[in-house]
Design a protein around this ligand. Structure first.
Ligand code: CAA
Length: 445
């Protein structure tokens, strides 16, 4: 059967930067180490006055289409995944199509458009929809444009404020892809949870500590489901394991639990057993609490083994490079983790064509999904065209006062009128409001 997967990727960050150690920590009277070491984050990306989820999505998509030599006729569907939508009826994808139609002679009238919602996992769900649409034979030789775009803001002084971020990832899904193909095998862990939600409000209500437990529990279920479907999870199978990354510290916690699960009964468990013993098995304990305590001790010892540390440094740590600098992009977060891993491989000259990645997506509320991806022979050519490193370096570094103003600019309930900190250059910009309350956009040369 023809391979289907990601043929091209483009990443667009918000153009402003909030430095967590230098700017945020002193203003909040916090130790910078809480953010840089505890959470693993150095900075957040935020949108300038003229940027929002539509401009970031449209600008990423435009660059991607230009690079791939595509026009609107080559696109059969546009799916936007977001948890920052500003309209309960008209989907963000229509705004994005409207932007793109300003710069192309053709239109997207025959493309199916929609908006996907399930917190941060909806980007991956949209990839899944595209895969199914193509495999069902309905694509008419056209590709799907999937865009994950968010302005991930928390209320001021919420514990989540330090994990904010904003950006978009546009992905082209097609047959015979250049970057990765998707596995048919996938696993789900899904349950009705009340850990992070936005009931008709812009900023989330979050039970932070519980949200971390729910992330781990659903991810574990998804892994078990993936294995039950025949997916092989031997840790040495994978070049990278990109996870949904609300902050890198969360991924560190998930990685060691995942490793413990996946080495059970393998050669790796035997190898490390010489130093730390075999994993506790529930049948060896009369008491559940004692068993859980033993598992906790084993996990701690495992995290200190060379075997685990080498694996983590090779397959997980590189996927956090972008996230550390830009914060949480919600729907885009797992997709920048994939890009970060591939960028590291490119920079280091690692030969990974034909290798696999295991991708762990997650959305609060809550659902995890796990699938495998196979790296295609042209992955490096595609990744080397990305400019995300330059975009990160060129961001405007906000003072704390400026940060407070820009948070208000993007707060739907606040009224502000401030000048942008950057100058638009050959891009779509937010251009005010229309007569029905719609947001309007223009392409600036
Ligand atoms: N030096 C080094 N480390 C330090 C430190 C210092 N000076 N001060 C604190 N730390 C460590 C803490 O020990 C802690 O690490 P451990 O968890 O390993 O113990 C870490 O830094 C964070 O410190 P706190 O737990 O005190 O931080 P907090 O309670 O103020 O906030 C949070 C943490 C609850 C995760 C908060 O950022 C939050 O609510 N975030 C939003 C929710 C979230 O991202 N949840 C993740 C799972 S849900 C999901 O994935 C969906 C999504 O995208 C939102």
């Amino acid at each position: 059967m023809t391979e289907v997967g990601i043929d091209g990727i483009e990443v667009r960050t918000g153009k402003l930067k909030l430095d967590l150690a230098e700017t945020f920590a002193p203003a909040q009277d916090e130790d910078p180490g809480k953010f840089t070491k505890g959470l693993g984050l150095y900075a957040s990306s935020l949108p300038d006055v003229y940027e929002d989820i539509v401009t970031m999505a449209a600008n990423a998509s435009h660059t991607l289409m230009e690079r791939k030599g595509l026009t609107p006729e080559d696109i059969g569907r546009i799916d936007v995944a977001t948890e920052s939508a500003f309209d309960h009826s008209k989907p963000v994808s229509t705004y994005v199509a409207g932007c793109l139609e300003q710069v192309y002679d053709e239109d997207f009238h025959h493309a199916n458009k929609g908006e996907r919602k399930f917190a941060c996992i909806s980007g991956t769900q949209a990839l899944d929809d595209a895969f199914n649409w193509i495999r069902a034979g309905r694509a008419r030789d056209r590709a799907a444009l999937v865009i994950a775009t968010d302005t991930a803001l928390y209320a001021r002084d919420d514990p989540g404020e330090s994990t904010q971020g904003a950006g978009a990832v546009a992905m082209l899904i097609d047959e015979n892809p250049d970057v990765v193909s998707f596995s048919v095998e996938q696993g789900y862990g899904s349950a009705d949870e009340t850990d992070f939600l936005k009931p008709n409000q812009q900023f989330p209500s979050v039970d932070g500590k519980r949200s971390m437990q729910v992330y781990l529990a659903r991810m574990r279920e998804a892994l078990e489901d993936f294995e039950a479907m025949g997916g092989n999870t031997h840790p040495e199978n994978f070049a990278f394991i990109p996870f949904h990354t609300p902050f890198p510290g969360m991924v560190e916690k998930a990685a060691v639990l995942g490793y413990r699960h996946c080495i059970r009964g393998t050669d790796i468990e035997e190898e490390v057993a010489e130093k730390i013993g075999r994993q506790p098995r529930p049948e060896a304990f009369d008491d559940e609490e004692e068993y859980l305590e033993a598992v906790k001790d084993y996990t701690e010892s495992l995290s200190e083994t060379t075997s685990y540390q080498e694996w983590y440094q090779r397959t997980v740590e590189p996927t956090l490079d972008i996230s550390r600098e830009v914060g949480n992009w919600y729907t885009g977060s797992v997709h920048i983790a994939r890009v970060a891993g591939l960028k590291r491989a490119l920079d280091e000259g690692w030969e990974i064509a034909g290798d696999q990645m295991l991708v762990g997506s997650y959305g609060s509320g809550a659902q995890a999904e796990i699938h495998a991806e196979t790296l295609q022979s042209n992955w490096a050519e595609e990744i080397e065209q990305l400019t995300i490193t330059e975009q990160i370096e060129n961001r405007y570094d906000l003072s704390f006062d400026e940060y407070e103003e820009i948070h208000d600019v993007h707060n739907h309930d606040a009224e502000t009128d401030i000048e942008p900190r950057t100058t638009p250059d050959a891009e779509f910009v937010f251009d005010g409001w229309g007569r029905m309350g719609e947001r309007k956009y223009t392409y600036v040369e």
